[in-house]
Write a protein that binds this ligand. Structure first.
Ligand code: ADP
Ligand code: G6P
Length: 487
């Protein structure tokens, strides 16, 4: 019997796990960044399958050259990478526009940052149709199609008219906003209607799922949703589907093992020495306004103001990886962060101590793990976040159980980690400053007790647990209509 657990897995997401750089004839690839890539790469490495997605460049002239570079990358990764090509205009309207100037801010409760341009909506549909054509060329009926994230919500509806019957489930990596925010979207009914085209829908947290159900009820008043164990059965618009919440995670063992390797321990010591064995606070983020980087810096400044005795003893290392630089809001954020860092450093630097070390670069995995391990406190202060994998990575990289996690109550990770982390409201600067103080002053006993529990939970609920629970839960639902695929 074929089911999701044994079928070939076809992952479809806007991005492939690699980004192509360079120009025709001189392409090179580097790993992509962000939680989706971090979480899904180990799954496909483990199971094999296909990954369909955009290559991250708008060059559509040198398609043969690009395919030549992707071939060896596929072999190296153990699964096939199938590219979707987007023109410059599609990148502008679909990716920068609808995805990142409408859905991204709206779903993170930042509706005033949205630009509701009708051209964006049209391009969103057209590019999803393009993805559907690539999927139809490569997917087989016995495959299990797992579609990811907000760029591709309409994909199932675009596959429906094909004679090929494909089994599709959807996972939303970002939050789903409360109805009073979601309903501002001019294309709200179309988007919710498109989600109903999946046999199985998954969200990061129960809160996101409930928000979706609120909007569903408002837009489809005849719809019904009721609990069936851990899932919800939804009857709406002539469809029946199931929905559930599945908190995404990391390859815990991979981070933990690396943290204990000789090379990373050496690098960890070097980082600590370089910083004069001061306490290190750490922020690691894509450069994104949802991550609350400005608010975190302001809170750190307030902490230095309120606790002058800590000056010279504590350093904040803020690592950011460049992201979405063609979207105006991201460009201006970079400038604001740089200004604020210089203002804090201008006000507090002393001979031999700089309060904020700001790094604007992507680190390789061992470099990142060493930095996590060298830091005593992680500051994860997102204004809103689907999950936030940095919080989990930090814990996995502390085999000595000596770290403290300061975590936003608005990150999905707070559901699993909220009891042992120090929870903060990222809009409350003084509250955050106090949490930083509490974190740096926490006794070793308390630190080890909290971190021990956090590590145990992430070890148990790692990314393989996540994919397993998702596939098990979606199995019966997605197969229900396809009995012939079972034989
Ligand atoms: P998002 O998915 O919104 O980017 P997450 O916290 O879930 O947020 O995931 C971010 C991922 O990107 C993590 O796996 C983190 O390790 C990685 N990352 C963030 N900043 C850097 C950086 N400067 N260098 C390397 N990896 C980074
Ligand atoms: C988040 C989103 C992903 C996205 C990633 C990086 O994790 O949920 O879908 O890929 O950010 O953003 P980018 O725009 O570079 O793909």
């Amino acid at each position: 019997m074929m089911n999701q657990l044994s079928s070939r897995l076809v992952v479809v997401s806007n991005r492939l796990p690699v980004v192509l750089e360079g120009k025709p004839g001189q392409w090179s690839i580097r790993p992509g960044s962000g939680g989706l890539v971090t979480a899904l790469s180990p799954i496909l490495r483990n199971r094999g399958g296909l990954w369909i997605g955009w290559v991250g460049t708008s060059d559509t002239i040198d398609i043969p050259g690009i395919k030549t570079v992707l071939g060896p990358a596929s072999e190296a990764s153990g699964y096939r990478l199938l590219p979707v090509f987007l023109s410059e205009e599609e990148v502008r309207l679909f990716y920068q526009g609808f995805s990142n100037e409408i859905i991204w801010p709206l779903f993170h409760d930042l509706q005033t940052r949205c630009r509701f341009e009708p051209d964006y909506w049209r391009a969103y549909g057209e590019v999803n149709r393009k993805f559907a054509r690539v999927v139809l060329r490569h997917a087989r009926e016995e495959d299990f199609l797992w579609i990811h994230d907000y760029h591709l919500i309409p994909l199932a509806s675009m596959l429906e008219d094909s004679p090929k019957q494909l089994r599709c489930a959807f996972f939303l990596h970002i939050p789903f906003p409360p109805a009073d925010i979601f309903l501002k979207l001019p294309w709200r009914k179309e988007l919710v209607g498109a989600l109903l085209r999946y046999r199985f829908l998954a969200f990061q947290t129960e809160r996101d799922l409930r928000h979706f159900l609120q909007s569903l009820k408002a837009l489809f008043p005849d719809s019904r949703a009721h609990r069936e164990g851990d899932l919800f059965r939804i009857d709406a618009d002539g469809r029946t589907l199931r929905a559930g919440s599945f908190p995404i995670s990391i390859d815990y063992r991979d981070f933990d093992t690396l943290a204990q390797s000789r090379d990373v321990r050496r690098r960890t010591r070097e980082i600590r020495e370089k910083h004069g064995h001061r306490k290190l606070l750490l922020g690691v983020d894509r450069l994104d306004y949802t991550k609350g980087i400005l608010e975190r810096l302001q809170a750190f400044r307030r902490f230095l103001e309120l606790h002058p005795e800590q000056r010279g003893k504590v350093t904040l290392v803020q690592l950011v990886v460049p992201s979405r630089q063609d979207v105006e809001a991201y460009r201006s954020l970079k400038e604001e962060i740089e200004k604020l860092v210089s203002r804090i450093n201008g006000a507090y630097t002393e001979m031999g101590w700089v309060p904020v070390v700001y790094l604007y670069q992507a680190l390789d995995r061992p470099g990142l793990v060493a930095l996590y391990q060298a830091a005593e406190v992680a500051l994860v202060t997102s204004l809103k976040d689907g999950m936030n994998l940095v919080a989990k990575e930090f814990c996995a990289c502390h085999p000595g159980r000596d770290g403290v996690l300061v975590l936003s109550e608005f990150a999905g990770a707070a559901v699993q980690m909220g009891r042992e982390a120090l929870l903060v409201n990222p809009y409350d600067l003084e509250g955050m400053a106090e949490a930083i103080h509490r974190a740096v002053e926490m006794s070793e006993d308390e630190r080890r007790r909290r971190m021990g529990r956090l590590r145990a939970r992430i070890r148990q609920q790692d990314v393989f647990w996540w994919v397993d629970s998702f596939l098990r839960a979606s199995s019966d639902q997605v197969l229900e209509n396809f009995p012939e695929a079972d034989l």
